[in-house]
Structure formats: C-alpha cells, structure tokens
Design a protein around this ligand. Structure first.
Ligand SMILES: *[C@@H]1O[C@H](CO)[C@@H](O)[C@H](O)[C@H]1NC(C)=O
Ligand SMILES: *[C@@H]1O[C@H](CO)[C@@H](O)[C@H](O)[C@H]1NC(C)=O
Ligand SMILES: CC(=O)N[C@H]1CO[C@H](CO)[C@@H](O)[C@@H]1O
Length: 260
C-alpha cells in the first residue's frame, strides 16, 4: 500500500512538471516562430492526385454499411486534388479564408467536373468535396498566376487529368484493372511512361491482409512542369513492398463474418 502511495506521488509530480513544461512551451516566443513556420504559405511542389473510384468507394463503404457511391460511368481515374506542398511536410493548407468557395464560378466546367472530379462518396453535402479542396489547397496555390482563381484552379485539374490520366498511363505500361501487381510495378510503370517518379498510395484490409491501389500522385514545379516526386512526404509509397496490390476492376466487397 505504501509503495503504491509513493508511486502515486511520483506520478503526480511528473504530471504537474509536464503541464508546466507545456505551459512554458506555449509561452516561449521561439516556439511561436516554429508555429509561424508551420503556418507558412510557402511551398515547393504541386502534387496532382488522382484516385481510383473503385477503391475510394471501398473506403467509403468500409466506414458504414449504409454508404453508397457515385461512380463514373467510364471506369476512369478521377481527380482528388492539386496540392501545394512543402518537401517532407503536409501543406500549407487553408491559406486564405477570404477566398470563399463559390460554386457559380465553376458553371463553365461544372458538367465536366461532375465526371472527372466526381464526389464518389454519395450522401455528402452537394459540392462539399470541391469546396474542401478549394479551401484546403486551392487558397494556397492561388499565389501562382495560373491558379489564382477558383475557376483556374479547377480547370487546371481537368487539364492535367486529360494529359496524365492514369488509366492510360498504366495501360501503356501493360497494367490493367482487375489484376494484382507488386507496388514496384506501378512505380516503374509510371516512370517508364512519364519519365518522372510518382507516389503510389494503397489502402489495406487488415483482416483479409489485402491491399488495394488507391491513389497515384505526380508532381509539378511552380511553372507546372512535371517533376520527380522525390522529397514529398511519404515518397514513394505507403503500400506494402511484400504484397500483391490489387488494382480492382470492381468495388471490392468485404465479407463480414457473423459471429454466432
Ligand atoms: C499558432 O497556431 C495557432 C493555431 O494552431 C494559431 O491560433 C496562432 O495564431 C499561431 N501563432 C502564430 C504566431 O502564428
Ligand atoms: C445516393 O444516395 C441517395 C440517398 O441518400 C440514394 O437515393 C441514391 O440512390 C444514391 N445513389 C447511388 C448511385 O447509389
Ligand atoms: C494564415 C494561415 O495559414 N492560417 C492558418 C494557420 O494554421 C491553422 C491551423 O494550424 C489554420 O487554421 C489557419 O487558417
């Protein structure tokens, strides 16, 4: 009993000590500068992220059995976003809250966006996906002249998809939906076709030990020239190097085992 009491006191002292350290850390002006750096709107590259709707739908359905998806009719890769990014970091993000999202500004390209920048997650608020991409990323890339309005930002995404659509890039590398490949095959395939290094993202099902191809990210400099993604956080992949990665031809179904 005594020993426990002693440990309790030690623990209490440690907790108080750490709370004081935290309080000090918050007040220290040097740390404020670190905070300011983190909040900086400067960036090194633009990441153009395409995702594979079948896998996006899979992740959405994993969240709830009630979820349904809006899938494009043509089995194409679609746009997730165009993300200004600092090397080895995420962001900057949410740079300029005064640049409000206005869906009317997109009317010249809205029909095209409904296909190529589709919100797979059915049931979310109308336009919430585009609004999110604009607020989080577009307001940061808006310091570049070719991306300095909402319309220009989303038009650029559409233009990049037309040029770099991953369905066709992967086909040229003889990689096809419905089949599985080691992650290196995707990395090498994109490199072979585009001549630059990309980033490949997977999602996995821990229970079934399966991995699915989710996103392919390619990188651009501030003049919108395609460059290697070296230096981007998480480069080159989060996929398991040991597993076969399925590039699903249809939305993967998870079989829930009923426990009786
Ligand atoms: C530090 O970050 C917080 C939010 O995380 C923000 O409220 C605060 O203004 C920032 N300080 C500076 C100096 O940027
Ligand atoms: C989207 O969800 C609505 C209900 O929220 C439903 O009526 C509709 O059929 C769904 N669309 C698809 C393609 O599943
Ligand atoms: C000006 C600016 O970028 N402000 C952002 C700083 O970071 C916080 C989150 O850490 C954002 O909420 C601000 O919008």
């Amino acid at each position: 009993m005594r020993t426990w009491g002693k440990w309790f006191v030690v623990l209490l002292v440690m907790l108080i000590g750490s709370a004081q350290t935290n309080a000090r850390r918050r007040k220290n002006p040097r740390n404020r500068r670190v905070n300011a750096t983190k909040n900086s709107t400067a960036f090194d590259v633009l990441i153009f992220t395409q995702h594979w709707p079948q896998t996006v739908c899979y992740t959405w359905k994993q969240e709830s059995p009630d979820h349904s998806c809006d899938l494009p009719h043509d089995d194409e890769w679609t746009i997730h976003g165009l993300w200004p990014t600092k090397f080895h970091k995420l962001g900057p993000q949410f740079c300029n809250p005064s640049l409000h999202f206005n869906v009317a500004a997109l009317s010249p390209i809205q029909k095209e966006m409904e296909v190529k920048w589709i919100d797979v997650e059915n049931g979310t608020k109308p336009f919430s996906f585009w609004k999110h991409e604009w607020q989080k990323h577009g307001t940061c890339s808006a310091v570049l002249e070719p991306l300095n309005t909402e319309l220009k930002y989303f038009e650029m995404g559409l233009k990049l998809l037309d040029v770099y659509d991953m369905k066709h890039v992967l086909e040229k590398a003889d990689i096809h939906p419905g089949l599985s490949y080691p992650v290196q095959a995707f990395l090498d395939g994109v490199y072979k076709v585009l001549g630059k290094k990309c980033q490949v993202e997977c999602v996995s099902n821990k229970k079934e030990k399966k991995s699915y191809l989710f996103e392919i990210r390619i990188c651009f400099d501030k003049s919108l020239n395609l460059i290697d993604c070296d230096g981007v956080a998480g480069f080159p992949t989060n996929c398991s190097p040991k597993r076969q990665i399925l590039y699903p031809g249809t939305v993967p179904i998870e079989y829930h085992v009923l426990q009786i």
